[in-house]
Design a protein around this ligand. Structure first.
Ligand SMILES: [Fe+2]
Length: 409
């Protein structure tokens, strides 16, 4: 699997521009695409049509990959992809109800019909829509990213490995620092909440998540995101979900591991004055509990070599606040009855590995730390069909805990 990290210097990427003004050409022919690609590159000035972040990968399957990026102006955007750098022969855009997705600054393209366990090279292109009249669309210039690569998962992978970040709390430098502690191959990065203090605006998402993530890995390895309690706060919290692919609670099967991800909501009761009457997390957690009761009946869950749950607020070791206690009440009995093997959380800012406690939790509870220097952690998980190994590293690279499990089924 391709492990090279993209260049740390993104200034060239942000300024890269291919010149084109193919007015009125709503559909690009392969010839036009090739002609554009051959045009010399030049730098953009600030404030001009440009990328606001490099492309970032989301939610892979063995046959597809989601590629997202942002531009400063509304565009028609597409991906060019191939199995060698020299032949990006596939052009991909997505459509909705017969319309090609366009005239947006936030671009999300799912590339389908890929082959499992295959390395692909890609770049993203965005053509400014300078004017959009009902019967006359005027294009501006087209910008292109540098070429990146990713590798699709195998169809039935024998193993999986991933990294977990949590509680960076608006400290963007923590993301490349912590990911940089890892020297081993991995499939994806899981973000387990409180990457932000609260949601203020789009620039914060770019500066504190997308830019540091793509600097470290995310143009070539996917990140998968769920929300912490801090991400429920602030005037832009209702827009945050647009910038990542998929819901905040979900399941994912990857080789020997079945992952259940839950969205634990806020830590205080819904009626607390700070929420001003516009949150409804009690109902949301109850709804997820009903969903969880169906998940544990599925063959994917029951047959998995390892059943792993990840969510931001741990239902133990997190005080007796309303949110943790609701999680304990609604989720804890399901985890116990259906015998999950491992649980990962964050939230408390006190890292630790809590061994099983009879009558409470029969599985290890791993809590990542953060956000201050000396308290930040990177969690590494690797599993094959027989064994799962977890290591927790502190931000100076020292190992501060580990879990070794053997599959029970
Ligand atoms: Fe938290």
């Amino acid at each position: 699997m391709h492990q090279d990290k993209p260049s740390l210097d993104r200034r060239d990427f942000l300024g890269t521009l291919t010149k084109a003004s193919l007015l009125g050409a709503i559909g690009l022919s392969p010839v036009a695409v090739a002609a554009e690609a051959a045009l010399p590159e030049k730098k953009t000035a600030p404030g001009t049509h440009s990328f606001l972040c490099p492309p970032y990968l989301q939610r892979p399957t063995d046959k597809s990959m989601c590629i997202m990026w942002m531009t400063g102006k509304p565009c028609y955007s597409w991906v060019e992809l191939g199995e060698t750098k020299e032949a990006l022969t596939r052009k991909i855009h997505n459509t909705t109800n017969g319309l090609v997705n366009a005239n947006t600054r936030l671009h999300r393209i799912r590339v389908e019909n890929l082959r499992p366990a295959t390395t692909y090279y890609y770049k993203v292109l965005s053509r400014e829509i300078a004017e959009f009249r009902p019967y006359k669309l005027t294009y501006g210039e087209t910008i292109a990213s540098e070429i990146f690569s990713f590798t699709t998962p195998a169809a039935k992978p024998k193993e999986v490995s991933w990294l977990v970040l949590n509680d960076t709390h608006d400290r963007p430098e923590s993301i490349p620092h912590l990911v940089g502690l890892n020297k081993d191959p991995y499939d994806f990065v899981f973000m387990n909440g409180d990457i932000f203090d609260y949601q203020e605006d789009e620039k914060q998402i770019i500066d504190h998540l997308l830019t540091p993530a793509t600097t470290a890995f995310a143009s070539e390895k996917p990140f998968i995101f769920t929300r912490g309690n801090h991400e429920t706060r602030g005037k832009f919290s209702r827009e945050l979900a647009d910038y990542v692919d998929g819901p905040y609670y979900f399941t994912m099967n990857w080789g020997p591991v079945h992952m259940t991800v839950l969205d634990t909501g806020e830590d205080k009761e819904d009626a607390h004055p700070v929420y001003a009457g516009i949150v409804d997390f009690d109902h949301y957690r109850e709804m997820q509990a009903q969903w969880l009761k169906e998940v544990v009946k599925t063959p994917e869950f029951r047959k998995a070599k390892f059943r792993v749950v990840m969510m931001h607020i741990p239902h133990y070791y997190s005080g007796d606040w309303h949110g943790p206690m609701e999680c304990r009440k609604h989720f804890g009995p399901v985890f116990e009855e259906h015998k999950i093997d491992l649980f990962l959380a964050g939230h408390t800012h006190t890292f630790g590995i809590h061994l099983p406690v009879p009558g409470q939790h029969s599985y290890p509870i791993v809590i990542g730390g953060g956000p201050r220097d000396g308290n930040r952690t990177l969690i590494k998980v690797k599993a094959d069909e027989k064994e799962l190994h977890l290591v927790m590293l502190k931000d100076d690279g020292t190992e501060v805990g580990k879990v070794d499990l053997k599959s029970k089924r």
